[in-house]
Design a protein around this ligand. Structure first.
Ligand code: NAD
Length: 274
């Protein structure tokens, strides 16, 4: 049997390979023998098979980056993201609309047995409470229609980061139902607080103490590498029966909140008052 965990000879695309979890993912995939092609707006410090400069807010740049990578693509990792310190519409673009667009455009190059892993977030945990609104966005037929749906609703959608993460989770779970029919798996990873290029942005929006509420019960933040390992697992043949999973890598925070071991709202209030 082929090595279930090796990436030897596998063509991988890592979207968002400049810093954080995407950089760690690209680095580990190279170490595992993968042929790794990276896309980012800034050059990657990792030695890659190829690097495509790509601003994910621009569809022509996504098209050009994908055209530069020969098929077949065995594993696609969408790790790019923008925090809520950026304009709301750009957050919705990079964290949802461009995910959908890039994956749709990449699929013709993805054969049976290939797999896709997308980084979402525990910030999107509440997706079931907003399903109807999210379904409206998902029902838009293309990028322009998605933009036209979102632009007039930015105020009512609230935090664009939370909304885009909820949307990408729902979209990914729905895609898993269709893609598996052609032998392609798609899963999501929802990290808890992680040290990365985004840390300073998150700390500008809410205090470090408030972010650390979400590190219960381990009481430390994740490193980017610690998130790359489960992400990489999702696209191995060892995960051949794993499809439509939102893998929550938060060291047990969601479990503790769901089981009533602690109340995040109470902890947040305490952190705000501290
Ligand atoms: N850091 C956390 O606490 C945390 C927690 C949960 C989820 N996430 C998610 O993890 C993913 C990776 O983020 P990270 O934490 O490693 O942060 P990061 O800022 O280090 O990485 C984000 C990457 O996306 C790239 N990027 C941003 N805008 C782009 C654009 N327009 N075009 C091309 N590339 C662009 C950046 O250059 C960078 O390489 C994101 O989806 C983020 O939302 C992060």
């Amino acid at each position: 049997m082929a090595d279930l965990w090796s990436y030897k000879g596998k063509r991988c695309v890592v979207v968002g390979c400049f810093s954080g979890i995407g950089e760690a993912t690209a680095r580990e995939l190279v170490r595992l023998g993968g042929e790794v092609h990276g896309f980012d707006i800034r050059p990657s410090p990792v030695e890659l098979a190829s690097f495509q400069s790509c601003d994910l807010r621009d569809r022509a740049q996504i098209d050009a980056a994908l055209a530069a990578v020969p098929g077949p693509i065995d594993a696609l990792f969408y790790c790019a993201g923008l925090p809520q310190t950026f304009p709301a519409i750009e957050v919705i673009q990079v964290n949802f609309l461009s995910v959908r667009y890039l994956i749709e455009q990449a699929l013709p190059k993805m054969p049976e047995g290939s797999a896709i892993a997308v980084i979402a977030s525990t910030a999107g945990n509440g997706y079931m409470q907003r399903l109807d609104t999210i379904r409206e966005l998902i029902a838009t037929p293309d990028y322009d229609a998605g933009l036209a749906w979102a632009e007039p609703r930015l105020a009512e959608l609230g935090d664009p980061y939370t909304f885009a993460k909820e949307a990408v989770i729902v979209w990914g779970l729905l895609q898993s139902q269709e893609l598996i029919k052609r032998g392609v798996r798609i899963n999501l990873l929802s990290p808890g607080p992680t040290e990365s290029g985004m840390t300073k942005d998150f700390e500008a929006v809410s205090s470090a103490k408030m972010i650390d509420v979400f590190t219960r019960p381990i009481n430390r933040r994740s490193s980017s590498a610690e998130q790359s390992y489960p992400l990489i697992f999702l696209n191995t043949p060892g995960a051949s029966y794993v499809n439509g999973l939102n893998l929550v890598a938060d060291a047990g925070f969601t479990a503790g909140a769901m089981m009533g071991v602690f109340d995040p709202m109470v902890l947040l209030k305490e952190a705000m008052e501290a």
